[in-house]
Design a protein around this ligand. Structure first.
Ligand code: NAD
Length: 351
């Protein structure tokens, strides 16, 4: 094992795909997955790789300074890929301080500890921070977010991620910590907690429940298959230039209502239902406070400089995602039981 990487948030949606890719593709690396297992962390996401010799799971909190210090001492990490975060915008509106604690203080704790252990020998070290396009704010009908777009976060979630990005760059400029950042568009795919639009819609359609769509469904998001994001993270970790930011996206914009209609067509087909059955479940709900109108990523820098491109067309990725949810009922049942249900009945009031 010639290289030890700490991956934070590896039991979550994107993190589990990143852990799997690194464990499988780099048997010569030691991968340590640190996750606090909040409501969003699910070790079932990693059942297939949990016994691999180059994989270790550690339960812990990135805001716990003493614990993070011990972890660095024990494993002598060469790299950090930092995904742990509170990640759901609606939850950030209800409980903003939790987001500041994990996303800002947690990131600063990791940066400070990496600096402490690496400062005498920065050779071969890398701190890779995973962030979101939401830090750039909201676009009108035209234009794209580039790496030069000024930050303009609007929600407590995006403000906490923007803040963490700034701290990462501060550690680079002030302490020369070898950092790299990527800002990605909305992800979809397997292992996605069903509080987010696509898995929630699949779950509700399957169970003949209303499919909540904010406002009139006019908001535009740029969607990327999660396994393509994990491939981009692999590329940037190994080839990205220190001190740089890379935007990740697939030039794949969809209005929420168009996406849900496409999903309904796929679901009718998969479930053998008459055309239009799933679409009849669409229910418009009160819009999210401060709802950003449009996000769209320009990933040209990543395409041209590092040669990464998405591997899937959206329709293909969406169909794969539906197939996964329909054939992993046990996973879905486990995460949709208990507190999750109460949370959703409070959250989505009918208009
Ligand atoms: P997620 O909510 O599914 O997973 C987050 C993981 O972090 C969970 O496993 C959770 O248990 C863990 N975690 C939370 N607080 C922690 C703490 N204090 N200490 C240790 N672990 C903790 O999130 P995700 O959608 O997989 O997002 C992962 C990262 O990617 C986040 O940083 C997010 O901002 C970023 N991102 C997400 C998207 C998206 O579309 N989901 C897009 C761009 C960027």
């Amino acid at each position: 094992m010639d290289h030890t990487i700490l991956i934070t948030g590896g039991a979550g949606f994107i993190g589990s795909h990143v852990v799997r890719l690194f464990v499988n593709n780099y048997p010569q690396y030691k991968i340590v997955n640190l996750d606090a297992l909040t409501y969003a962390g699910n070790l079932e996401n990693l059942n297939d790789i949990k016994d691999k010799p180059n994989y270790t799971f550690v339960k812990g909190d990135i805001t716990d300074e003493a614990f993070i210090d011990e972890l660095f001492q024990e494993f002598a990490f060469d790299g950090v890929i930092h995904l742990a975060a509170e990640s759901h915008v609606d939850r950030s509106i209800m409980d903003p301080l939790a987001f500041i604690k994990t996303n800002v203080m947690g990131t600063a704790t990791l940066l400070n500890t990496a600096r402490k252990y690496w400062k005498d020998n920065l050779e071969g070290k890398r701190f890779y921070h995973i962030s979101t396009d939401e830090v750039y704010g909201s676009l009108g009908q035209e234009g794209f977010f580039t790496e030069e777009t000024p930050y303009d976060p609007r929600s407590p979630y995006s403000a906490s991620k923007a803040s963490s990005d700034h701290f990462v760059m501060a550690w680079y400029h002030t302490y020369h910590l070898p950092v790299v950042i990527s800002n990605c568009s909305n992800n979809y795919g397997s292992n996605h907690f069903p509080e987010k639009l696509i898995p929630l819609a699949i779950h509700n359609i399957k169970n003949n429940k209303p499919v909540p769509v904010y406002g009139k469904g006019e908001n535009v998001r740029d969607w990327l298959f999660v396994e393509d994001h994990a491939r981009a993270i692999d590329t940037i970790y190994h080839k990205g230039r220190i001190g740089e930011t890379y935007n990740i996206g697939g030039f794949n914009e969809w209005k929420n209502i168009d996406l849900i209609n496409l999903l309904c067509i796929i679901m009718d087909k998969k479930l053998g239902r008459a055309p239009g059955t799933s679409a009849s479940l669409i229910t418009f709900v009160k819009d999210r406070a401060g709802h950003d109108l449009r996000y769209a990523i320009d990933a040209t820098k990543l395409n041209k400089e590092l040669g990464w491109y998405p591997s899937l067309q959206f329709e293909e990725g969406l169909e794969k995602t539906v197939d996964w949810y329909l054939s992993n009922e046990e996973w879905l049942d486990h995460v949709t039981s208990g507190a999750y249900q109460d949370y959703y009945s409070d959250q989505y009031q009918k208009r």
